[in-house]
Design a protein around this ligand. Structure first.
Ligand SMILES: *[C@@H]1O[C@H](CO)[C@@H](O)[C@H](O)[C@H]1NC(C)=O
Ligand SMILES: *[C@@H]1O[C@H](CO)[C@@H](O)[C@H](O)[C@H]1NC(C)=O
Length: 378
């Protein structure tokens, strides 16, 4: 799906989708819900967050990418609805003023920056790349999350912060490196708007963490298809929440949490196929290795200090992707760059709980910890 256009389904596909929604998904939800509930109960975990996580797992494992995009509203609509609802519920005029739709189309015509906060007053900006396996539009929870963690942290620390939320094209209609091209346009737009690199943070959750790493790589080893960006100093920081950094799904966290996490290995394999175009080619293929920093711990990681000063990763101790973040941190540290790498793991969390908190409209542990980290940058 390139822009805000929904995929076109045939009559047969529509009937199948109705069947899946009315019969298969509810059954799956009952089964997976019960299984995850038991897991959460036994381990004394947050029931609401784990149930939500089970719901997302059912969506990913029941529907194809095109079906998901038919069922869910596109990112820009979600943004408009979130701004309207949030502004309606907010009484404080100082907050209300920061809740206005402000959309900047990017040069490719298929992506845009959805601004959250007041970009005119802002001294710091967070380029945010949302997750959803590259196939799911963003959720209201993503906006809630960036508002709570970044914009409000700024207000509480007397530093105006705005979030440049990227609406990018979704897979499988748009594959790697389309999203990188769009992220590069967004970063270039932010620099053109007058922000200096030291005031820019880049980050994202899940697939957004993947896109963040791709963008950092682009800064040190430009991708031929993305617009060139010359930084005069490194970006302030990168933040990766439950990042998806590899297409290897056999680590111990992958095996251990395969049936209790928001994502399963089967889901990851199908998302991988949706997002990449290189599956059939050999692993030595140069273009393939470009997007695989973990498998090919190539020289570029050693140049990371030219792109960014700090990398902060957060993972759930009970998620399948936990090992990927740890390996990435080790790979970066092994290169002995000046980049400060921190990994924070919450022993009770599964995948992407900060966004799950956003969806439930609660400021929970993940949000509070991220705010603490972010305020340290301001
Ligand atoms: C924008 O999306 C359309 C529809 O998928 C596609 O045909 C076009 O090539 C895209 N434009 C760019 C610049 O990528
Ligand atoms: C991002 O995801 C793609 C698609 O699955 C994968 O091939 C690649 O290794 C990942 N790249 C990074 C930078 O993590």
């Amino acid at each position: 799906m390139a822009n805000n256009v929904k995929p076109h389904l045939s009559i047969g596909e529509k009937l199948k989708l109705i069947g899946l929604s009315l019969f298969v998904a509810p059954c799956m939800l009952a089964i997976v819900g019960a299984q995850v509930l038991l897991f959460a109960f036994r381990n004394n975990l947050n029931i609401r967050l784990y149930l939500l996580s089970a719901g997302v797992r059912v969506i990913f494992s029941t529907f194809t990418a095109r079906e998901i995009q038919t069922l869910l509203p596109p990112t820009e609509d979600v943004y408009r609805a979130w701004i309207q609802r949030k502004a309606r519920l907010t009484k404080d005029p100082a907050l209300k003023e920061r809740l206005q739709c402000d959309i900047k189309r990017l040069p490719d015509g298929n992506s845009s920056i959805l601004w959250v906060g007041n970009r005119h007053k802002a001294r710091k900006v967070v380029l945010y790349l949302h997750g959803g396996g590259y196939v799911m539009p963003s959720q209201a929870g993503h906006f809630e999350c960036v508002w709570n963690t970044f914009v409000l942290s700024g207000l509480e620390s007397d530093t105006e912060v705005t979030v440049a939320f990227l609406q990018y094209s979704l897979a499988p209609a748009s594959k790697v490196p389309v999203q990188l091209r769009q992220a590069a346009f967004a970063l270039s737009e932010i620099l053109k708007a007058g922000f200096s690199a030291k005031d820019i943070v880049i980050g994202g959750d899940s697939a957004g963490g993947n896109l963040t790493m791709q963008t950092l790589k682009h800064l040190v080893e430009p991708h031929p298809e993305a617009c060139h960006i010359a930084l005069d100093e490194p970006l302030s920081a990168a933040v990766l929440v439950s990042p998806w950094l590899s297409t290897e799904y056999s680590s111990s966290s992958c095996l251990e949490y395969d049936s209790s996490d928001m994502l399963s290995r089967a889901v990851m394999r199908s998302l991988t196929a949706d997002a990449s175009i290189y599956e059939q080619q050999s692993d030595s293929d140069e273009t393939n290795s470009w997007a695989k920093p973990l498998e090919c711990r190539g020289a570029w990681l050693g140049k990371l200090h030219n792109a960014v000063r700090k990398i902060h990763m957060t993972v759930g101790g009970r998620e399948i992707l936990a090992d990927q973040a740890t390996s990435m941190a080790k790979a970066i540290e092994a290169m002995k760059t000046d980049v400060q790498v921190t990994v924070e793991s919450d022993p009770n969390a599964a995948h992407d709980f900060i966004v799950a908190e956003g969806i439930l409209e609660q400021v929970g542990e993940a949000t509070i910890k991220m705010k603490q980290w972010f305020k340290g940058l301001l």
